[in-house]
Design a protein around this ligand. Structure first.
Ligand code: ZN
Length: 258
């Protein structure tokens, strides 16, 4: 059995945590198994990495209607083909589409780009219960990365606004612990991003011009193991601010450039 089970999850949700901890994956990738009470077929969200023990533990909870994936990063989807094979090859892998209504669940797929261009969240309703599976759009703790090559901070902020519209809906992320209120988490990260953008604006005013220079000024004590992630973030922030400044016709300091 490769997984840990959290306390306090609804009875129709099981967490199997993959054994791939790291600076970007926190304790490991969360693979979620959903099955409505009394139903035969369940769903898998994010099979996780290609780890035989982990995938076997997931396959033990079969049968499944479909394997859903939140986005194309390897730590979420690498195991999907092997899991599908373990399940006999006739369970589809689903990454997009507006809604699935079957086997006692209603699953609404929300486009939430930003972390990557292909990121989605799954709003799952089971009876009167609702839960939002956020993948890497919002992690259970710590800040997600607007990742190269197709992450986009402007899109990310809009995606957080989308998630802000679900007050008191349980949040089940791709990494880290469950959180009781996805809307509160979205608001927290909107505020956090605004603070970071203000810091990057200040760094630009001090002459920072490259992602490296921004990281040196904004995150002076950063752990070298995650510096590359901060560089991605700084690049996304610079791109976002420069785009905004071009649109408003002003420089980073709000003054027209000569
Ligand atoms: Zn990711």
């Amino acid at each position: 059995m490769g997984g840990a089970v959290l306390d306090g999850l609804p009875g129709w949700v099981t967490l199997l945590r993959a054994p791939n901890p790291g600076p970007m994956t926190l304790d490991g990738t969360n693979t979620w198994v959903l099955r409505a009470p009394g139903e035969e077929l369940g769903f898998v969200i994010d099979p996780g990495p290609l780890d035989e023990g982990h995938l076997s533990a997931v396959a033990e909870l079969a049968p499944f209607r479909a394997i859903l994936v939140t986005h194309g990063h390897r730590d979420h989807i690498e195991g999907a083909p092997r899991l599908a094979q373990m399940l006999g090859g006739d369970v589809p892998v689903v990454a997009a589409g507006p809604e699935i209504k079957s086997d006692g669940l209603r699953i609404t797929i929300l486009d939430t780009p930003g972390h990557t261009g292909d990121s989605v969240c799954f709003l799952v309703e089971c009876g009167n219960d609702r839960a939002m599976f956020t993948g890497d759009t919002i992690l259970g703790r710590g800040s997600t990365v607007v990742a190269a090559p197709d992450g986009d901070l402007g899109a990310y902020l809009q995606s957080l606004e989308i998630l802000n519209a679900f007050p008191r809906v349980l949040m089940l992320p791709g990494h880290g612990p469950a959180q009781p209120d996805v809307s509160a988490m979205a608001r927290f990260y909107l505020e956090h991003r605004r603070e970071r953008l203000a810091q990057v604006t200040a760094a630009m005013e001090q002459g920072a011009d490259t992602p490296d220079e921004v990281v040196d000024l904004v995150y002076p004590d950063i752990d070298p193991a995650v510096r590359f992630a901060a560089i991605f973030s700084a690049k996304a922030q610079l791109d976002y601010l420069r785009h905004k400044n071009r649109e408003s016709g002003t420089g980073a300091d709000g003054l027209d450039r000569l």
